[in-house]
Design a protein around this ligand. Structure first.
Ligand code: ADP
Ligand code: MG
Length: 398
């Protein structure tokens, strides 16, 4: 789904109140009955004003009318939730404008945004629970239930978990983007000006980059964590150029790790499987892309397990629980992510000859398109023009 901010500037403060009321109502109602929307929005203009706003919001697709046997009402759409998050960022002065989309996954949209000082940032919008085509075909009831609001809950969980881990990892000095803000199903983080490893066709010294990626994986393990999706899409490679005293230029490659909603603890019951999968992903990629195979076997889970919490490494695997996650929330999120992985595999296996799981629908299968993508990034930098909406309206229940 594409984020379209055009309607944002035209919404009046009453419309925001009503939109927020629909969001509040969604906590306990799959379809929020119109009288409840009226009650929650408490507009001075009364029911008429609410109805006007409801029509305005439905017209631009931020809420959708649902006719049920028992009652009529409205549900929040993904677009509506996106707007609420942007509105929050805008009023907190964390985001000022929204630019190009720089990435689209099956379960997320990645947008370039800018703050008031025109500093570029990245907005990641989680879209977990987005309906897969398989379920559309096979089960209409299932589809209906999935649409009813679990997507909102699951996407929120994914954003909260990702934000909590990014914060904790950065604090421990791991190379990750800087988390800046979180609202609902979205996070704002620093922009990493780098290509995903996926788009890099050759490196001067594959052995040293491989070594660095494995040591990052082992550092995570020391903190009690497994990335869980440690692949060439989720490792960005930054090129740092330095000039030595003889005027010789040298380039060093710096990996930055992203994408954390699926992180698991080293204590997880399937930890060994996740750990091995991460290791093998890197091994396979280096062998196929760079023709590099390490002489050293492993690393092995049982050895990594012994290092958890050693040398004063802070355990981070309880981080999300510390940030208010319950066991049930973790379980729900894990189940949803597993389903996503299942769909991904199904899709990957239906394309013969795909060298690894493709998690980006628009990702080019050819590896030599890095320049094109960089242009896009650069273009985005000068094209952030859509104002997020300067209205400082009151926001009930934010
Ligand atoms: P998903 O969960 O959909 O895989 P990711 O967090 O992996 O989402 O982001 C998808 C893509 O967006 C990445 O492969 C990367 O190209 C780009 N991206 C994500 N975050 C950043 C960032 N902070 N800076 C630059 N590019 C990013
Ligand atoms: Mg990813």
């Amino acid at each position: 789904m594409k984020l379209d901010t055009r309607a944002m500037r035209h919404l009046a403060s009453e419309d925001w109140r009503v939109l927020t009321a629909v969001e509040m109502g969604s906590k306990n109602h799959e379809i929020v009955p119109t009288p409840l929307i009226e009650k929650l929005s408490r507009l001075r203009g009364g029911a008429n004003g609410v109805h006007r706003s409801i029509s305005a919001l439905a017209k631009v697709g931020l809420i959708a009318r649902v006719k049920e046997a028992k009652y009529d009402g409205y549900r929040l759409t993904y677009g509506g939730l996106d707007y609420l998050a942007l509105h929050t960022y805008s009023s907190r002065k964390e985001v000022y404008s929204v630019g190009d989309r720089i990435g689209v996954g099956k379960e997320s949209d990645i947008m370039l945004v800018a703050d008031h000082n025109n500093v570029q940032r990245v907005l990641k919008i989680h879209r977990l629970g987005r309906i897969s085509f398989r379920s559309v075909k096979s089960n209409r009831d299932y589809l209906k239930n999935r649409q009813a609001g679990s997507w909102m809950y699951l996407s929120r969980l994914a954003a909260m978990k990702e934000y909590a881990f990014m914060t904790a990892l950065l604090e421990e000095g791991l190379p990750v983007p800087t988390p800046i803000a979180q609202s609902r199903h979205t996070i704002v983080m620093s922009l990493i000006e780098a290509f995903p490893l996926r788009q890099i066709s050759s490196v001067p010294d594959p052995a040293s980059l491989y070594g660095e990626l494995i040591s990052l994986l082992l550092r995570l393990a020391k903190h009690g964590l497994i990335h869980g999706d440690y692949n060439e899409f989720n490792i960005l490679i930054k090129e740092n150029t330095s000039v030595d005293k003889n005027g010789e230029e040298s380039i060093t490659l710096e990996p930055i790790v992203i994408d954390f909603p699926q992180m698991v603890s080293m204590e997880h019951q399937n930890a060994e499987m996740y750990f091995d999968r991460d290791v093998n992903c890197i091994k396979r990629f280096f062998s196929r892309r760079f023709g590099f195979t390490s002489d050293a076997p492993g690393p092995f889970f049982k050895d990594a397990k012994k290092t958890v919490g050693k040398d004063g490494a802070k355990r981070l695997d309880a981080t999300v629980e510390a940030s208010g996650f319950t066991k049930k929330m973790l379980k729900d999120l894990e189940a949803a992510i597993k389903e996503k992985a299942g769909n991904k595999e199904e899709r990957a296996s239906s394309h013969s000859g795909v060298e690894s799981e493709v998690d980006d629908e628009t990702e080019d299968e050819d590896s030599d398109h890095s320049e094109e993508d960089m242009d896009n990034l650069g273009e985005g930098a000068s094209h952030t023009e859509e104002g997020v909406g300067a209205d400082g309206s009151s926001k009930p229940g934010e």
